[in-house]
Ligand binder design. Structure first.
Ligand SMILES: NC(=O)c1ccc[n+]([C@@H]2O[C@H](COP(=O)([O-])OP(=O)(O)OC[C@H]3O[C@@H](n4cnc5c(N)ncnc54)[C@H](O)[C@@H]3O)[C@@H](O)[C@H]2O)c1
Length: 366
């Protein structure tokens, strides 16, 4: 199968490339404006992968040609970081809806199957929180084809991310009904693992929470709990996620045709505050070395951390019975293991940098 992977240089993309190249069963055209992670993986010289530096905002003709040649198009391109939804809501809408819609249109025109990455944030907040109940007191698994999608008010403009993704899902569904488009939609529930974001002390920007906490453990910045860190997440290890994604791509027996899939690990649920303490514990037990900082854990308001217009999804529990039943998929990694393995990736890179820095003056003197 010829897979066109748009956004292949990002966190999910590069982990998919690693797995697909290991399987060796498919050919990949990897499109992204970034290639550092693909380079680090050694994928650029693999004969089963072609990298194209195309920008989906402007390289329209080249993109359409690539869509024509593909058997399946996988679209991962998006601004996928809450800090950006707040600082650049229009840019988020433009890329995550308008530019992605163009890809959908090429797939309609050339009758190609598309696997579109959406988000668990399309579910918005829980019904419990809307009626003033504590989400902990009401079971609230999100079911793909049943659950109502509840967004916050317009002035909480972070919802533009989820709204853009939701509208794209609705357009795909409508194209399926009216133009015969074959689509599958993936709603990721907080994937983490190697090659997730950068550390903020090493590059400008505001990455996702795990990277912030990791930065605290390695560089001594405070672990900031936004609004007390009371909101829940259930982290999914990237290898589990990729295993499910590959099954969706391969689509044996057409079981994924015009289906939406939650990909998550519901029993990995914890609050952001619990994540902070767990990360400290795992770091102390397995990775701490003499001289490492002891970061403090502090509370900050969402406005202070993200700026005006932020609101969080209070609780996100995936119902994954569809993926279990149709794909025979069963996620394996528990929370502690997910934290350990992701942390190992960051710590290894950090220690390598430390060693290189320590060696530099010695070699300069030699
Ligand atoms: N990681 C998660 O847990 C998670 C959760 C929910 C949804 N998602 C969705 O999954 C998808 C992938 O997420 P990710 O975590 O890998 O994000 P990511 O930011 O790591 O990857 C996105 C990639 O898109 C590329 N890109 C951005 N603009 C581009 C452009 N104009 N042209 C070409 N490439 C461009 C980026 O360079 C980046 O490599 C996104 O659609 C995201 O919304 C991810």
């Amino acid at each position: 199968m010829k897979i066109l992977l748009l956004g292949a240089g990002g966190f999910i993309g590069v982990n998919m490339v690693e797995r697909l190249l290991k399987d060796g069963a498919h050919d990949i055209t990897a499109v992204d404006i970034e290639k550092t992670k693909l380079e680090e993986l050694g994928a650029l010289s693999n004969p089963r992968m072609t990298y194209l530096r195309l920008d989906i905002r402007r390289d329209n003709n080249a993109l359409e040609e690539e869509v024509k040649k593909a058997d399946v198009v996988v679209d991962l391109v998006a601004f996928a970081n809450p800090a950006l939804y707040v600082s650049d809501p229009l840019g988020t809408f433009q890329l995550n809806f308008i530019e992605n819609l163009k890809i959908v249109d090429y797939c309609v025109k050339h009758q190609k199957r598309i696997v579109q990455f959406s988000t668990c944030e399309v579910y918005g907040v829980t019904a419990a929180s809307v009626i003033g109940k504590d989400p902990k007191d009401m079971p609230c698994p999100f079911v793909e084809d049943e659950t109502f999608l509840i967004m916050g008010p317009i002035n909480a403009h972070r919802w533009i991310y989820a709204s853009a993704k939701q509208l794209l899902e609705r357009v795909l569904h409508a194209y399926g009904l009216q133009e015969g488009l074959n689509w599958s939609i993936i709603r990721p529930f907080n994937f983490i693992g190697p090659r997730i974001d950068y550390l903020p002390s090493e590059a400008a920007g505001n990455p996702r929470v795990f990277s912030h906490f990791m930065n605290a453990l390695l560089y001594g910045t405070p672990m900031k709990l936004v609004d007390g860190g009371c909101n829940f997440r259930a982290y999914t290890y990237i290898d589990d996620a990729v295993d499910c994604i590959v099954r969706i791509l391969e689509n044996k027996g057409g079981v994924c045709d015009r289906q939406i899939f939650n990909i998550g690990k519901p029993d990995n649920e914890l609050t952001i505050k619990e994540l902070a303490y767990l990360m400290k514990e795992v770091f102390d037990e397995h990775f701490r070395e003499e001289g490492d900082p002891e970061p403090e854990i502090v509370d900050v308001s969402a406005e202070e951390f993200y700026g005006k217009g932020y609101q969080d999804c209070d609780r996100r529990i995936a119902d994954i019975s569809k993926a279990r039943t149709l794909l025979g998929w069963n996620p394996q990694y528990g929370t502690r293991e997910v934290v350990y393995k992701t942390m190992e990736y960051f710590v290894d890179r950090f220690r390598e940098k430390q060693r290189a820095a320590a060696a530099a003056p010695a070699s300069a003197n030699a």
